[in-house]
Design a protein around this ligand. Structure first.
Ligand code: SF4
Length: 405
């Protein structure tokens, strides 16, 4: 697991600064303004570390701790004492590399990775607030005023690679930003028109058609990921711990369809939802025929989930018939279906074509048992914080002859 934040000795800044970490290739490409880039001193060969390079109008200089020791001579020591913005990262040097976007925070003396080039799970974090209180929430909400994030995210989008294949907008509940969410999506459309933008929302506020309409035609690769946990209001409302949520989410789904939005339904496979999975799929197929994709997702054992193990945990190995039935029903009707966060050895081989390596690189790990497994390269593995309590009893390395079969 590669963390997203590290301690750093930061000088020359009086407020947090977002910067694109740059090596010589990024300098040569000239895609981003110099003052919004930070030269990654670790990536510069000694022979190229010249006063002319350091004197460019970089937003900051970033290196490893201790910074002065990286210098071929006293150039960096002079820069360090000159008062210009500099950051010396501590810990694992792999935490950030050229192409990534860093936020340098002089108050906390920390550097946070806000975008990691090549990562499969980059997220624009929209808000800490939420209007639901899901039993398995991995990011427990905080009711704080954070509308400032709209401008912050727009500034971040400015620094993301134009070739980035996909980005999620998540929270909290992103629609609590209201029109601010549309502003962020519009910014993505302007700067990242070819990037697939995936808004993860509970959909409850989108029943306000004025809000849903704001997204019509806003980005040509925009998809909404909306969770639905039951075919009956009581089940969905129980899982999200919010009375009336089922009806609100359905209204949101219809409003999104009316606004010509692409929609994915996300079902986290918590025990009560797994037990009625086939009924839920029938409900989706009958009532929400416009849904393009259904993602059936293994639970992330962190946040509120840890307090609700008994209510939530169901070993997927005990529910293969339900999962197979759901996948078959969706596939028969031409609805795309994917299995996220489900290790291959916990599901029948007939379901492997639907299983995705869905866990973001920075929080993805494997167990010791996986080291001899023939299909590790295509298995989702586990969230880094998995414990035996949340691990299927079916975990067993797959042997080569089965993979070849
Ligand atoms: S043994 Fe590990 S790598 Fe192999 S299928 Fe199971 S979880 Fe995946």
């Amino acid at each position: 697991m590669l963390p997203l934040e590290t301690k750093a000795a930061i000088t020359g800044l009086t407020s947090p600064l977002l910067v694109k970490l740059a090596g010589l290739p990024e300098l040569a490409e000239g895609q981003f303004p110099l003052e919004r880039m930070a030269l990654d001193l670790r990536s510069v060969p000694r022979h190229a570390m010249t006063p002319e390079l350091l004197d460019l109008r970089w937003g900051a200089l970033v290196g490893a701790q201790p910074l002065a020791d990286n210098a071929p001579d006293s150039l960096l020591s002079q820069a360090w004492s000159s008062g210009r913005p500099m950051a010396a990262l501590q810990g694992d040097s792999a935490i950030a590399k050229p192409g990534d976007v860093l936020e340098l925070d002089p108050y906390r003396q920390r550097a946070a990775v806000r975008y990691r080039r090549g990562d499969n799970g980059n997220v624009l974090f929209a808000t800490e607030r939420c209007n639901s209180y899901c039993l398995m929430c991995s990011q427990p909400p905080r009711q704080v005023e954070d509308d400032w994030r709209v401008q912050h995210l727009c500034d971040l989008v400015d620094l993301i690679d134009g070739t980035e294949p996909s980005l999620a907008i998540s929270g909290g509940e992103p629609t609590l930003l209201g029109d601010g969410l549309a502003t962020v999506v519009a910014k993505c459309s302007e700067r990242l028109p070819d990037t697939h933008v995936h808004v993860l929302s509970n959909g409850r506020l989108l029943g306000d058609v004025d809000l849903a309409d704001r997204f019509e035609g806003l980005h040509r690769h925009l998809t909404w990921g909306i969770p639905l946990y039951g075919d009956h209001y009581a089940l969905h409302d129980y899982v999200v711990q919010s009375e009336g949520a089922f009806a609100q989410t359905l209204r949101g789904l219809y409003a999104l369809d009316a606004a010509r939005q692409r929609i994915e339904i996300r079902v986290v496979l918590v025990k009560p939802s797994l037990e009625r999975l086939e009924a839920l799929v029938r409900f989706i197929l009958r009532n929400l025929p416009f849904v393009e994709h259904v993602a059936l997702m293994g639970i992330e054992p962190i946040g509120f989930a840890k307090a609700h193990h008994a209510a939530l945990w169901a070993d997927p190995a005990d529910y293969t018939a339900q999962i197979q039935g759901a996948v078959d029903a969706l596939s028969r009707r031409g609805t795309d279906v994917s299995l996220y966060n489900l290790p291959l050895c916990t599901i029948p081989e007939s379901l492997w074509p639907f299983a995705r390596q869905s866990i973001s690189n920075w929080k993805n790990d494997y167990l010791d048992a996986c080291s001899s497994c023939a299909v590790k390269h295509r298995c989702s593995g586990f969230f880094s914080w998995v414990t035996p309590q949340w691990t299927s009893r079916a975990i067993i390395p797959i042997e080569l002859d089965l993979e070849a079969a």
